[in-house]
Structure formats: C-alpha cells, structure tokens
Write a protein that binds this ligand. Sequence first.
Ligand code: PLP
Ligand code: ZN
Length: 391
Amino acid sequence: MKSYLTHLECTGCGLRHDASELHTVCTACAKVLYPRYDLAAVKKMLSPWDLAPREQNMWRYFEVLPVLDATNVATLGEGGTPLMRANQLGESLGCTDLYIKDEGLNPTASFKARGMAAAVSKAKELGVTKMMVPSAGNAAGAMAAYAARAGLEAHLFMPKSTPQSNILESGIAGAEVELVDGHIGDAGRIARERAVTTPMFDMSTMKEPYRVEGKKTLGYEIAESLEWTLPDVIVYPTGGGTGLLGMWKAFAEMEEMGWLPNSKRPRMIAVQAAGCAPVVKAFLEGADHCEPWENAQTVAAGLRVPGPYADYLILQCLRESGGTALTVTDDEALACVREIAVAEGIFACPEGAATLAALKKLLADGTVGKDERIVLLNTGSGLKYLDLFQP
Ligand SMILES: *Cc1c(COP(=O)(O)O)cnc(C)c1O
Ligand SMILES: [Zn+2]
C-alpha cells in the first residue's frame, strides 16, 4: 500500500502548498488547507472491492491517507466502527431505514481518535516533536494517547469546564495539561501564547491539515458498509465541523475515483446545542461566516465551539448538500441518551444523542421522510460523561 498524497490546496484561494513541509493554514489567505491526492492513479490501481481483505481500521484506506511511510503510523486500532441498524429506535419513530454509526467504540472512546491518529502520525513523519491543542474535551484525550503511542510530547489546553474524563485521561497518558478560565477560544489564545516561548506544533481543529483526513474515513466507512452507496441523510453533531467536512471530502474523492457509481450525495444536517449554535444561526441567516457565539453553554462539550475556523466550509457543505442546521436543548439531548440506550443498548455521548433529538424535529416538520435511509452519528461514548448521569 502506498499513499497517493500529492500536495495541500487552499480551500479559499486555491494556492498549492508543498506537502513535504509542515503547514498549518494557507500562507497567503489563512484559510483551511486540504490535502490532495492523485485520485486518477488510485482509480486505476484500486477498486473499492479490493479493500475487503484489509484490516478493519481506518488505515485500510491508506492510498487516500496522508502518511507516506507506514512506519510513522501511530495506531490504536481506530476506525472500523459498526454502522448498526437501529430497528427498535426506528420503529418507535416510524423510520424504516435508520442506522447509528457508533464512534464510541474508538480508542479513547470518541471519533477524535480518527483525526488525531492521522494528524499525529503525519506530524511525526514531518519531524514534529512537541504538539499542542486547545480542546473542550475529547480532542485532548485523543491527542494525549496518540502522542504517547508515537513517542511525541503533547501540551493540552482545556477550559476548566471540560469533562473530568478528558482531563484525567490526558494526564494519565503523560501529556502536559493546563486548565484555562473560559471557553475553547480562550484555551486557544493561551496555547498560542505558550507556543511563542516553547515552540509547539498547533494541532487546532481545521488549522492543521490532516485531522480532517482521519475524520474523512467516516465517509469511506459509511459507503463501504452500505456496499458503496450513500444514505439519504446524515445527521451530525457539529462543533468545529471536522467530521462533517471530512465526510463531504470523502464523498467527492470516492466520486472522482468511480467508487460510488449509482449514488447521490446525502443531505448533511448539522446539529448544535441551543446554548452554542453559531453554525445554525449563520445558516438560517444565509450568511457565509459565523459570528462568534457569546457565553457558549452546553453539557455537550464537543459542541462548545463558539467560532468554528472552517465556518465557510461547513456552511457551503450544508447548502451544497441540500441539508440544514438546527439546535436541540441539553435536556432534549440527555433524554435521548437514555432513549438510545434503552432501545439499542448504545450508551451515546450527549453530542451523539443530540442527533436523535434533532431527527425527531426533522421528521415532525417533514424535512426528513420516514422511509429515507438515515444515519445518525454517535461521536463518542456516554461513559466519558458520567458526571451528567449521576442519579
Ligand atoms: C469534537 C466532538 C464533536 C464535534 O466534532 P467536530 O469535528 O469538531 O465537529 C462531536 N461529538 C463529540 C463527542 C466530540 O468529541
Ligand atoms: Zn489561501
């Protein structure tokens, strides 16, 4: 297996960047960089059906992942999560074709593992030894774990409100942890201040080009699980948008490689918390960018992102796909944690359960039809949020 990575391309101005050098954002316009691959060559040498005998983890898509030398891959077995039919939940909603992709089964119990596995491996390949990230939760735990696995140093900056599990798992894996007053934006500001005196590579969401590549394997897996077709609707709990954008990128790549012969793209639906909904607000106003959300508040730590860096890409994706964006309250999300657990045995995180709360609204107002093929993304395990479920 070899990677067909060719270069990085700016999503704003199109400027090409050398992928053999370390980059964060576009050197000309500071917008998000996307890795690009020689997809024509992959198309020639690999059919999606050839993947069948490969291991069930995200590295089975090695040709379209950015690590060139497999010995640099720091893996804990991330990806390869099941796309489960949710028949009992479906029955209670009247849905005939409902699925949950359970990302709680990943190492560090969230889908942040995918992004960090790709980004930490690539950083190692490019000679990074110290990395930092501001995180409202699971990104910190994942970076700590993959840094340990890769033998690199991780510095994590987290709001004091971050779930205990994330703070503890990071420290246990040997990362430097600094707790910060305020939200993830404040954590980011302090991380950048610290990086002036101690040079550390910035792994912030969408300011680093490779986390999205790990997350895009979600899109490849959904297609593979459905025998190289796509669902009608994907409901995604949106913070920084990496997973949403990753899937959208995966669909474009698969189309270009001819891996999805009869498939049209799903409508992408972004769910946010009522107490932090910059994407929903911008979407409903028809804006191209988000205004920073004041006083972000939600128990769904992964959704506590007041100003997503890739706002313009998220909004583009929602509109191009014919999707939408909506909010749910914390109470609605927490009630859905229980509902999913009772109906299907999956202890979802509040972010993941928010997709069910959103689906109910979408069914009620006819945005989503009951006979459509629907995928809910459960992005992590409820076990990381035990403080929310004390009796
Ligand atoms: C980070 C996170 C999200 C949001 O993911 P983005 O890629 O930032 O949109 C959702 N759920 C959980 C559990 C998370 O940790
Ligand atoms: Zn640019």
